[in-house]
Design a protein around this ligand. Structure first.
Ligand code: F6R
Length: 612
């Protein structure tokens, strides 16, 4: 979603800001802007549309602050309140023109604030909720910016990550957060502030993460931190372990393609040091579960959204099957509002690549409030969900820039399988079965490599179906969530209407939609239930729908009679989820490429969904 970048140092701010915004483009946005402060003068440049347009305006700007300043802020906006035009783009100035702010999040009581300000003759000019906040800060100002920000934030309901400057105090930048991430990068003679580590990694690896209700005041003397009562606080400086190159596309046509091909390495990182072949178990110290704690778990609840929820479903199946613990997966937004029954013997696993998804975070808080053991399964180190759960497992997949999640999904599944293994070995799984599963998990990178090697063959199949407007994915068992994930990938990047169904569910309604231009992607791998899914695929053929059969290597005969085939390595059902998902990622990618879609930044989508 929206991205924030701030800079205070000795280099030209506008260049660093625009470059930082470019690095956050992947999050999804529809307008952008920068504000710089130089010699007590503020300059603002905004642009609806792409960063390229903003860069051109900045380069052509005659404004001294834009040309000279070493202090400034930038923003990419993903419209929530008001259309994406220049007026609604950030940074927002107050009515006097002396205060400027960028904001991520939503000010829920902005109408009230605007009405209150109007009584003092202060009128907002944009349609945004954010402008109300900068006007309020200006209204509260009595000679000290951080105090004005504190006062204003006390009146705010909602979520925010903000940066604020004023020309009354030209050597200062104030940052604050509640619900929207802010990371502060500490470089040599410079400080960078961002909503997303990828924007600052090229400059420094030392970072501090703001907690909710923290405020940071950045001056030439460094960074001071306060709480909302204005008492000084300190936050640990941690080293960001992401490789700067990981946030660059390199020679790949798209980040999604790069990230799909990075999956063998990403999975190796996710499982490295975590499999104990001698004991046939997984070592997940971050879960902080003693064998006794683990033995007392009555139920596992997995919560997440979108792709993460699909990965969670594979985990649900594995935990029930292997550990014999009742497990359920639930959409986080549903969990948070439906007053779920949760007990202290429940292990709630919150699964989120970004670690910032608003609904998943709220579900974490609800589960903690109800006394459950809550663990995070996140990719972004130091993200809010990772910090608030306090226990869990990092994916170590490296930054995922493509909006469509690929390497995070396969690493999530790998980690869920290790969690299932750990829980299972503490209960009913014998050591030799544990060893076997360890070996299966260890093979994942190699299995994924085999699928990636077929990219060109999958492309040929993809191009045959690229002109279709509807598609169905069907599967059973561990491949049911993979069917859902395949459909999600296809719809989000190619705009083809695609649905994932349990193979048996098709004839309870959706079969009515089948016709000769509605392809079915049938997951016919060699796993229990295959024969029944073949029967379901034949029912589709009988309705003239073309069938792409995904089959196991060595079992190519299963694809006979169907229209096309994709071959994936033969492996046990829970393991098969990963290579099969990779084949469907490639299918979606090549279809989207054939349709000339904007693969890395699909319309209307944001990488990190920090609003409800
Ligand atoms: C789809 C996709 C989304 C995310 C979802 C949750 O490709 O990426 O469905 O999985 O928005 O995001 P995280 O995992 O960051 O909580």
């Amino acid at each position: 979603m929206c991205g924030i970048i701030g800079y205070f140092g000795k280099r030209k701010a506008s260049e660093i800001l625009v470059d930082g915004l470019r690095r956050m483009e992947y999050r999804g946005y529809d307008s952008a802007g920068v504000a710089c402060l130089h010699d007590g003068v503020l300059g603002v440049v905004k642009n609806p549309g792409k960063i390229k347009g903003l860069r051109e305006k900045v380069d052509a700007s005659e404004l001294a602050p834009i040309r000279e300043a070493m202090l400034g802020m930038g923003h990419t906006r993903w419209a929530t309140h008001g259309e994406p035009n220049e007026m609604n783009a950030h940074p927002h100035l107050d009515a006097s023109g002396h205060f400027v702010m960028v904001h991520n999040g939503i000010i829920e009581n902005y109408k009230e604030i605007k009405a209150g300000l109007a009584q003092h003759g202060i009128t907002c000019v944009s349609d945004t909720d954010s402008e109300a906040l900068v006007q309020l800060i200006a209204y509260c100002y009595q000679g000290n910016l951080e105090k004005a920000v504190t006062e204003a934030l006390k009146k705010v309901k909602g979520t925010y990550g903000i940066l604020v400057m004023t020309d009354h105090e030209p050597e200062k930048l104030v940052a604050a957060r509640c619900g929207s991430p802010i990371v502060i990068g500490l470089g040599k003679d410079e400080t960078l502030i961002a909503s997303d580590a990828s924007a600052i990694i090229p400059h420094t690896r030392d970072a501090m993460y703001l907690e909710d209700y923290d405020m940071a005041v950045i001056t030439a003397d460094g960074v001071q931190m306060f709480d909302l009562q204005h008492a000084p606080i300190s936050r640990e400086v941690t080293e960001m372990d992401w490789d700067a190159g990981a946030a660059e596309k390199g020679d790949y046509a798209h980040f999604m393609l790069k990230e799909m091909f990075a999956q063998p390495a990403a999975i190796r990182n996710a499982i490295r040091g975590r499999l104990d072949l001698t004991m046939g178990t997984a070592l997940l110290s971050g879960l902080d579960l003693s064998p006794r704690d683990a033995a007392q778990i009555n139920r596992v609840l997995v919560i997440g959204c979108g792709t993460s929820m699909n990965a969670g479903m594979v985990g649900e199946y594995a935990i029930e099957e292997m550990a014999g613990i009742p497990a359920e997966v639930e959409q986080a937004a549903e969990f948070r509002y439906r007053n779920p029954i949760v007990s202290p013997q429940d292990l709630v696993i919150a699964i989120s690549q970004s670690g910032e998804t608003a609904d998943t975070l709220a579900a974490v808080r609800e589960a903690k409030h109800k006394g459950a053991i809550v663990a995070g399964l996140c990719n972004v180190v130091g993200s809010t969900i990772a910090r608030e759960t306090g226990r869990g497992v990092y994916l170590h997949a490296g930054p995922e820039i493509g909006v469509a999640s690929t390497k995070a999904f396969t690493c999530q599944v790998a980690v869920m399988l290790m969690m299932a293994l750990k829980l299972a070995r503490g209960r009913r799984m014998p050591r030799h079965e544990g060893e076997e599963l360890c070996r299966g998990i260890e093979r994942l990178p190699e299995l994924v490599e085999k699928v990636l090697a077929q990219s060109d063959a999958i492309k040929i199949v993809a191009e045959k179906y690229a002109d279709k407007e509807n598609a169905f994915f069907i599967g059973r068992g561990y491949l049911f969530p993979v069917a859902m994930e395949g459909a999600l990938k296809l719809k989000e990047i190619s705009y083809i209407h695609a649905e994932g169904y349990h193979a048996a569910e098709l004839k309870h309604g959706p079969i009515a939609l089948l016709q000769e231009n509605t392809p079915i992607i049938a997951l016919l791998n060699n796993i229990p239930g295959k024969e029944k899914t073949i029967g379901n695929a034949e029912e589709c053929k009988a309705r003239k729908a073309p069938v792409i059969a995904v089959v196991s290597e060595g079992d190519e005969a299963t694809a006979e009679g169907f229209d096309d085939r994709i071959v994936v390595p033969d492996c046990p059902p829970c393991i098969a989820a990963v290579p099969t998902a990779v084949a469907l990622q490639l299918l979606a990618y090549h279809i989207a490429a054939a349709r000339s879609c904007e693969i890395d930044q699909p319309r209307n989508l944001a990488k990190s969904v920090t609003v409800e």
